[in-house]
Structures are given as C-alpha cells and as structure tokens.
Design a binder for this molecule. Structure first.
Ligand code: SF4
Length: 392
C-alpha cells in the first residue's frame, strides 16, 4: 500500500511538483521519501496495522485532493493513480459519520479481499498477478511453450503463450491447440503435464483432431486413497436408465442434473438411505451417519467415459513409455530459464513480457537449428552415476 502511494507521489511530483508541495503533509517526506522495504516496517501486528491505517488515510486524503484539484493534466488516467484507486478499493473501507462528518478508515480482513486474479499487486505493473504453486510463489506472468518432438528432426518451439500468473494452465490448452491449428502446426498428439488436462479437454481435443496425452489429476476422495474403500471407479453407470449401480448391486434412486459454480454441468446421484443403512460394507463406502446415504457426483457421460478411459490407460506400461516423450519440454524449460533468462521479465506489462518470451523462443530455435545443421547431438537428460547403475 505504502509503495503504491509513494509511486503516485513520485509520478505527480514529476508532472505537477508545485501542486504536490502544496498538498503534501509534512510527515509524508519521511514516510514516503524512500522506497518502502518490508524490513523497515513495524514488526508487531498492532503497530503494523496502525501503520496500515495511517497509509490508508493518507491515500484517501491524496485522492480527495486530486478530486478537488484543477490540475491541467489528466491525472485520472495515470497508471499509478489507477493502481491507488483499485488497491485502496480492494484493501480499505472508508466510512463517513453522517452527523459529524468524521471519517474512519478500516483495513479489510483477509476474508473480505478480492480473489488474487482481481487484485493489483504492484503500482509499477498493473497486469502482474500473484500466484503460489507448491512451494513457489511469484508476482507476474506464466509462459507456456509448445515444441515439436519428432525423433530424427530438430526440436523447435512452435508456440508461446504468456498470461497473467493467475490464469490456470487448463484454461490455455484449447487456445494453444487452436493457435497451432491456425499456424498449420497442430500435432497429432499433444503431450502435456496434468495441469493441462481435464475431462472436458479429453472430449473436445479430438474434435480439433488432436489427441491430448497427459496424466489426469487424481481423484481426491477419501475412498480413492484407501484400497478397501469404494471410490467412483467401483460404481457402474447405467446412462440409459439414469442410474448408478454400487458394488453391492444396489441401484441409485435419485439422479439430478445441475451446474457447479464454474458453469460446468454435473449429475448428483443418491442411493436409497435404507439400502445404505442396512449395508454390510457401509464403512467401506460412506461416512455419513446412519439414515444417510452414499451420493456420487458424476460428469456428463462423454466426459465421465473419457476420464475413466484415460485413468485406466495411464496405468499401463505402454502409455507410460509413450508419455516419456514429454520429458523433452522439461529440458526446453530448463534451457530457457538457465541459458536465456526466461524466469525474469525485464519489462513491465503483459505485452512486453510476451515479446521478451517470443524473442527468447526465437533465439532458442536459432541455437537449435545451428546445432542441428552442424550435427551437434541433442543433450541427453543427465542421470547420476548411481542412478545409472539401476538402469543397467
Ligand atoms: S453403502 Fe449404499 S451405495 Fe455403498 S455399497 Fe452399501 S448399499 Fe451400495
């Protein structure tokens, strides 16, 4: 917050220094004169929150001064002012007492904040977004690389997509396919990691004449983590009669079609409470109290069947051997990060960051073509001497 306010003051001080001198409070020169570093801020929670309140009040005061100013410049469209407004709107609430006219500023709780995809993270780059994945967190963008993988040919990067960090991989797969089709570079098989695969894509990709090959995400139910329990795969589905059949041979008694919060259709299936209450293997099936029943959430038929088939396929040796082809892109990502600096953007904004990523991909392709023309073999995945003993 404080760095956002400092960024606005610096920008205004450049274009309207006399105006800033008139409205700036004396404390501001100390508070916002230097870059705001986390290690210089108060450590105790109470003091930190008090500091946040002061910064909040300063921000509203500055916005009020701007509203009342007769500045000739179009301050409304300054990126730092836009960041200030959006950030204050996200993190603070201002209340005005109708009787006294007294204002109070409240620092919102975590639960009240907007989702990460809607929050501005930096006054210096309004498009950068915050994301954490496993043990990595960053503010910025995501880049998705596609490359050819023919055994005897030079492996070339065929497509680059750059998105704000909060856009999930799954939302890029179809667009990547379409872009490759438009370039007449669509693969027959597209090898991807699990983040790019879901049941809808397993159904839609063949319509684009592309077979999506990647591990599907695991079923997270407690039943699927227990070998003796009955997960979804142990139930048969009679699509014609709109019923599921449980491992005890009981047929479901309720079948309700609905849509979830993302707009994706699903089917809620329930068994009869009496069947489940009297069931001798109930503890392997459900944890609901006696009188309750097992319920299932099914995807529409095409997606359910595509996912079931994919989950069965990926356990076979043949599929695992085939999927080893994907390892090549890990080498590409490693090369792009270590040799070409892909991990850090040198620019602000999505468009320039994408341009940097395109330039890196072009440079990598030139590097690969030169090596290929000179007969330099592709680097092999390194295996430690100890691991090599196991392979032999
Ligand atoms: S608990 Fe209900 S759904 Fe589960 S196996 Fe028993 S009868 Fe079938």
């Amino acid at each position: 917050m404080a760095e956002t306010l400092r960024a606005v003051l610096n920008e205004l001080a450049t274009i309207a220094p006399d105006w800033v001198r008139r409205i700036a409070l004396p404390d501001w020169y100390k508070r916002y004169g230097q870059r705001i570093e986390d290690n210089r801020l108060p450590e105790a929670t109470e003091k930190r929150e008090a500091y946040a309140q002061i910064v909040g009040a300063d921000g509203y005061y500055l916005l009020d001064c701007l509203e009342q100013s007769d500045m000739a410049v179009d301050w409304q469209s300054l990126p730092t002012v836009m960041a200030l407004k959006a950030t204050w709107n996200c993190y603070y609430e201002r209340k005005v007492d109708p009787q006294s006219g007294e204002q109070s500023v409240r620092w919102k709780t975590k639960q009240e904040l907007k989702r990460a995809g809607e929050r501005i993270e930096s006054p210096y780059d309004l498009e950068a977004r915050y994301r954490s994945r496993v043990d990595t967190a960053w503010t910025g963008y995501m880049v998705h690389l596609s490359e050819t993988y023919d055994d005897d040919e030079c492996h070339l990067i065929t497509h680059v997509v750059t998105t704000p960090a909060t856009i999930h991989e799954i939302d890029c797969t179809e667009a990547i396919h379409q872009a490759l089709i438009n370039k007449e570079l669509a693969p027959q098989e597209h090898f991807v990691d699990s983040a790019y695969v879901d049941a809808q894509l397993l159904v839609s990709s063949p319509k684009q004449e592309i077979t999506l090959v990647g591990p599907t995400r695991a079923n997270c139910s407690w039943q699927s983590k227990n070998n003796d329990a009955f997960d979804l795969s142990q139930f048969q589905v009679d699509w014609q009669h709109q019923q599921a059949i449980c491992p005890q041979g009981k047929r479901s008694t309720s079948w309700v079609e609905s849509v979830d919060h993302t707009g994706s259709p699903y089917i809620k299936v329930r068994f009869h409470p009496q069947d489940c209450t009297n069931c001798p293997v109930r503890s392997q099936c459900t944890k609901v109290k006696p009188g309750g029943m097992r319920s299932l959430k099914l995807m529409p038929q095409a997606e359910h069947e595509a996912l079931t088939t994919a989950r069965a396929d990926q356990t076979t040796e043949e599929w695992q051997q085939r999927y080893k082809r994907r390892a090549g892109i890990e080498g590409t990502i490693s090369q792009s990060v270590r040799a070409f600096g892909l991990r850090q953007t040198r620019y602000r904004g999505l468009a320039k960051t994408h341009l940097q990523n395109l330039a890196i991909a072009a440079a990598m392709n030139i590097d690969r073509l030169v090596n290929w023309l000179n007969g330099v073999p592709r680097a092999k995945t390194r295996i430690s001497r100890f691991a090599a003993l196991a392979e032999a």
